[in-house]
Design a protein around this ligand. Structure first.
Ligand SMILES: Cc1ncc(COP(=O)(O)O)c(C=O)c1O
Length: 355
């Protein structure tokens, strides 16, 4: 069976380094918010060109805390792309705000900047965008619109580790951004993990307090928060893996190139070829998606759908969008991870062409 994902560990050398780091954590006896978290926060912020990084428990909490740090009034509206993972919408709902889906561009799967304006109302306070599948949103257009309309920009970077345009990194365009280190991500932990990035010292401080119950240095709780800290062990693993991130992203791009070159079936549409993509996912579209998925499975190839149902049909009491997102019925994510063997990718391409 060719599985959809296998741990992105860059082999024995990386594993040995990780074991060594984990041993250091065990020897230190410091398991919560110790040295490793602090060092990872510094290193990841530096890597992304951001001033502050706050390590938290997972990507969903990172999104929740990023929004929470803005102190938005209950009932505020936040625009988001009509196709994203459900966590993007949940983070808005859990802040007692209202997610307003904006259509995406079928060509990029990202929010359509030209459509944003018609969804802005008196209660709109922010745009929460996702760099879908690892492709940078049109940040020039989005930032221009947000500045003109006085909206905050929050970036969901769960698919976008290491993604940059001319050295400016995803997560460093808006006011605040959220990363997930779920194991399948381009920078993946060996468990849950997440982080918030910002260039605002005030927001970083607020998020640090909110991730530990809302407790300040005196042990009092001026503002009730949650318990969501990046684990010391996961931080140690992420520090090792961060060193390999560029190399791993390069491998992903090479694998994507092979798909572009090899897939020739007119029934299967490929994503557009662009530089600002780190191929967290390689998503093709096909009108006969379900048959294609089943066909590949019968040939021992596992694929996934990101995402089978739009979030707005799954989260209770959400307003229906003005225009429904229909492309989800055609999406299919192919296996693409740094350790994907050439012969397996060759087999995937052959079967795609034979469908
Ligand atoms: C776009 C997007 N946002 C947020 C998340 C949530 O991250 P986590 O699973 O770490 O909570 C994910 C996770 O898969 C995601 O894909």
């Amino acid at each position: 069976m060719i599985s959809f994902f296998k741990d992105s560990s860059a082999g024995k050398m990386e594993r040995n380094k990780i074991m060594k780091q984990l041993m250091l954590v065990i020897q230190s006896g410091q398991y919560i918010l110790g040295n490793q978290v602090q060092l990872f926060e510094e290193e990841f912020a530096k890597y992304c060109g951001s001033k502050f990084c706050v390590g938290v428990g997972n990507g969903t909490d990172a999104l929740y805390l990023a929004i929470r740090s803005l102190n938005l009034e209950k009932g505020s509206e936040i625009l988001l792309p009509s196709n994203s993972f459900i966590a993007t919408a949940l983070a808005i709902v859990h802040n007692q705000c209202i997610p307003i889906p904006v259509p995406i561009l079928d060509s990029t799967h990202n929010i359509d900047p030209a459509k944003i304006k018609e969804f802005i109302g008196p209660k709109t306070k922010a745009i929460l965008l996702t760099h879908m599948y690892g492709q940078l949103c049109d940040m020039d257009a989005i930032m221009a619109m947000a500045n003109l309309e006085g909206l905050w920009v929050i970036e969901d970077c769960a698919h976008a580790h290491g993604l940059n345009k001319n050295g400016k990194y995803a997560g460093n365009y808006g006011l605040v951004s959220a990363f997930s280190f779920y194991p399948t991500k381009n920078l993946g932990a060996m468990g849950d993990g997440g982080a918030v990035l910002t260039n605002s010292a005030e927001l970083a401080e607020r998020i640090k307090t909110l991730r530990t119950y809302g407790m300040d240095e005196n042990g009092t709780i001026p503002n009730t928060g949650i318990n969501s800290r990046l684990d010391e062990m996961q931080a140690a693993i992420l520090r090792v893996r961060l060193q390999n991130l560029d190399k791993q992203n390069k491998k992903r791009k090479e694998l994507a190139k092979r798909y572009f070159k090899g897939i020739k079936n007119p029934k299967i549409q490929l994503p557009q070829i662009i530089d600002t993509h780190v191929y967290h996912l390689f998503v093709v579209t096909c009108q006969e998606r379900d048959s294609l998925k089943n066909y590949l499975l019968s040939k021992g190839i596992e694929t996934k759908v990101h995402y089978p149902l739009p979030y707005y049909l799954q989260v209770n009491h959400l307003p229906k969008p003005k225009s429904e997102y229909m492309l989800h019925k055609q999406l299919l994510s192919l296996p693409l991870y740094p350790g994907l063997a050439s012969k397996n990718q060759h087999e995937i391409i052959q079967q795609l062409n034979q469908f």
